[in-house]
Ligand binder design. Structure first.
Ligand code: GRF
Length: 194
């Protein structure tokens, strides 16, 4: 039984592309939807060009009404019937009500070595702190921002002349390797539990 994967993005979707490209052959999952909170997200064009169904729910249409936004996003996801949801550069904070519905089925990639540097500007904070390494983490998404069980991490050195931009570029290479690997393991474990 092939698992159905929906991917949530907000921007370019480079992680989404790697996830889609990884779900081939004997991989137990296939992408069924790429959705964004931004109808202009470049990743939607990239997903459509890869033959993946796309959708958007423009969060700006709901003002500050997070519940109304999530209700529409939930309906879009329910229609796709995903077994797994991967947040990949998805920049909206989701409420406990939403994440609770997908408990144990929702993953996220975060550009830091969690639990360090939850939230934004992770690379600038690591450089500022004088850390000698940085990296990325794939974790189960829960109501706690960037706080769910960690499923995998990848480390890179911080170099003396690094800027947040040069460090982000080095970490992104590792994100593109880590997320597909963690998703495959996660999907295989889900199939075994069935
Ligand atoms: C990545 O650094 C990811 O860790 C963060 O958003 C950035 C952009 O991701 N969540 P993508 O290129 O849109 O996948």
């Amino acid at each position: 039984m092939t698992l159905r994967v929906a991917i949530l993005i907000s921007g370019g979707g480079s992680n989404m592309v790697k996830l889609v490209e990884s779900m081939t052959g004997d991989h137990p999952a296939r992408p069924v939807l790429v959705a964004s909170n931004d109808p202009d997200a470049k990743g939607l064009e990239r997903a459509a060009s890869m033959g993946i169904a796309v959708a958007s729910v423009d969060h700006r249409r709901f003002g500050g009404d997070r519940h109304a936004f999530e209700t529409e996003l939930q309906a879009v996801l329910d229609a796709a019937k995903p077994d797994i949801i991967c947040c990949a550069g998805f920049m909206r904070i989701l409420t406990a009500e939403f994440t609770g519905k997908w408990q144990g089925k929702m993953l996220n990639i975060h550009p830091s070595l969690l639990p360090k540097y939850k939230g934004l500007n992770t690379h600038a904070r690591a450089i500022e702190a004088g850390d000698d390494e940085a990296g990325c983490s794939v974790h189960e998404l829960t109501a706690e921002l960037d706080g769910g069980p960690i499923l995998g991490q990848s480390r890179v050195p911080i170099l003396p002349d690094d800027t947040p931009e040069t460090l982000a570029a080095r970490v992104l290479v590792e994100e593109h390797r880590l997320y597909p690997r963690v998703l495959r393991n996660f999907a295989e474990e889900m199939v075994q539990k069935q």
